[in-house]
Ligand binder design. Structure first.
Ligand code: BG6
Length: 512
């Protein structure tokens, strides 16, 4: 397996020579640790991207020995790692860096025990940095942060070393709870110590949106209301809620996918070029987009949003209300489509459509930038209709790449035209297996102190401010709940929503 392409040799050396660090994972017996965090750490270790002196302390409620902990992690690395123990044969040595401690999240004594363990590492490593990672259920974030503050663990005893905290999603349940959590965090940590995860930002193709837009001069002149007619963002999943019915029924698709992942894609697509590539400049520009999103209006909410649930009509397929942990009369949406507007010079009057859902026809995350039609039509179109517009398709996943559709002359007599595609695929240009998992990138960035790909506090609050009115409108019943057949592209109301603005949802990452 080849190396991570995004780190230069120099950066690689500095990552390996970075000062000692201890990562304390809260929620270490859970799914996320096993499926994502440890496989990502193991791959980073295989690629020599972790400091020489690193220790990982897992803490959670269940009693477990270090050995049992390591065994459960090995199973996770084998099943989910981009590099498995077989690939790099370092698991044996690397696994010894992991230790486990059973704690009670609310008990100050447990934090004293953590402090004592950290003091031992400090002695061993002659000083070390500490990264706290909250991979617990969200209701534990605030109590853990509070205890970290009370026990003095949030601050380092000297100026040479740092303490940082990574917080998983969901960050809040609505604007009020996100604000409260930010407040609780800021009572203990400075904003520059806080790294809020949105794993979509760690995806290679999401970062490539920035490179595509800002490392190529040819797109910028047409990236605006004069040349673009609409933008459609799809975050579709072919799976259902699985064993997370209890959580999902409280969250629904807007909280689970739109407030975070889909709005991140929207901001990166719509933002102005930052003056420099650093966390502050980048996040300032994203914040400006969110500030410009037009508030959801109560007059046309039924025209600007669709909510739906999957339901199998013949009973052979899955039905959301029959999932484990889901209320049999649940009103929770597993599908949503929204029409948004960005009130600024660049995007005035251009609709941005966003849709996401479970049990759709296929897994695809893509952004279709639909350009305006040629202003004057010289050539007859084969079907006699208007010539279709050029579409730029940015395929985030799977089959990561970029498609651009345009018209060409059909060879032979006459001037008939046909749509063709110019395509770029990561796999064919950069090789299979070269795309790092999002968590590899995010963990490394948190260790290196680069918060560019993490959501800032104000960004999160603004995005809740956009979706809260949608959820309120839905709760009031003014937008009826629709149903869709699992395995389709969702309810016809979503097609109507797009059609009202002359748009059509694009078929995934396939050529348009
Ligand atoms: C998570 C959601 O944030 O993203 C899940 O909670 C969803 O419901 C997942 O399945 C999708 O992530 P990805 O990387 O598979 O697109």
């Amino acid at each position: 397996m080849s190396e991570i392409p995004w780190l230069l040799q120099e950066e690689k050396k500095s990552a390996a020579a970075a000062p000692p660090v201890v990562i304390v994972i809260f929620g270490a017996s859970g799914d996320l640790t096993q499926r994502k965090l440890v496989p990502a750490l193991h791959t980073l270790a295989c690629e020599d991207l972790l400091p020489e002196q690193i220790a990982i302390l897992g803490v959670a409620r269940s009693p477990m020995t270090d050995e049992e902990f390591r065994q459960s992690l090995e199973a996770g690395v084998e099943a989910h790692g981009r590099m498995t123990p077989e690939h790099c044969q370092r698991w044996g040595e690397f696994s010894e860096r992991f230790t486990y401690m059973a704690i009670s999240y609310d008990d100050l004594g447990s934090y004293d025990q953590i402090a004592q363990r950290l003091a031992e590492y400090e002695q061993l490593f002659e000083g070390c940095n500490v990264l706290f990672y909250l991979a617990t259920p969200p209701q534990l974030y605030a109590p853990i942060v509070k205890r970290l503050g009370e026990s003095g663990l949030s601050t380092s005893s000297n100026d040479e070393t740092w303490r940082r905290i990574v917080i998983e999603k969901p960050f809040g349940h609505d604007l009020a709870s996100a604000r409260a959590l930010n407040k609780q965090l800021h009572q203990v940590f400075d904003e520059n110590q806080v790294y809020r995860i949105d794993h979509y930002l760690g995806k290679e193709t999401v970062q490539n949106l920035l490179v595509f837009r800002f490392a190529n001069a040819i797109f910028e002149p047409v990236w605006n209301r004069r040349y673009v007619s609409k933008v459609l963002i799809t975050v579709a999943e072919s799976v259902g809620v699985g064993h997370r019915g209890g959580y999902y029924d409280q969250a629904g698709v807007v909280r689970d996918m739109i407030q975070n992942h889909a709005l991140q894609l929207l901001t990166l697509t719509a933002m102005e070029p930052p003056v420099t590539f650093n966390a502050t400049a980048l996040r300032n520009e994203k914040v400006k987009v969110l500030q410009a999103v037009r508030p959801f209006s109560t007059e046309d909410e039924h025209l600007a949003s669709v909510r739906a649930q999957y339901r199998s009509t013949d009973g052979n397929g899955p039905t959301y209300r029959m999932e484990k942990g889901v209320d049999p009369e649940s009103q929770t949406a597993t599908y949503a489509a929204l029409r948004l507007h960005i009130d600024n010079w660049r995007w005035q009057s251009i609709p941005f459509f966003v849709r996401s859902g479970k049990y759709l026809k296929q897994k695809t995350t893509d952004i279709a930038v639909v350009f305006k039609r040629a202003p004057h039509l010289l050539f007859p179109h084969s079907t006699g209709e208007l010539l279709p517009p050029n579409i730029l398709g940015i395929c985030i996943q799977p089959d990561e790449g970029i498609h651009l559709s345009f018209r060409m002359k059909v060879p032979g007599a006459g001037m008939n035209t046909r749509k063709v595609d110019m395509e770029f695929h990561y796999e064919s240009d950069f090789g299979d297996g070269n795309l790092p998992d999002a968590y590899e990138r995010l963990l490394l960035d948190a260790l290196l102190g680069d918060a560019s790909l993490f959501a800032r506090g104000d960004e999160i609050e603004l995005s809740w401010g956009i979706v809260d009115p949608v959820l309120d409108a839905w709760k009031s019943g003014s937008v009826p709940l629709s149903f869709y057949e699992p395995g389709t592209w969702g309810p016809m109301e979503a097609d109507e929503l797009a059609a009202r603005a002359g748009a059509t949802w694009t078929p995934g990452c396939a050529p348009h």
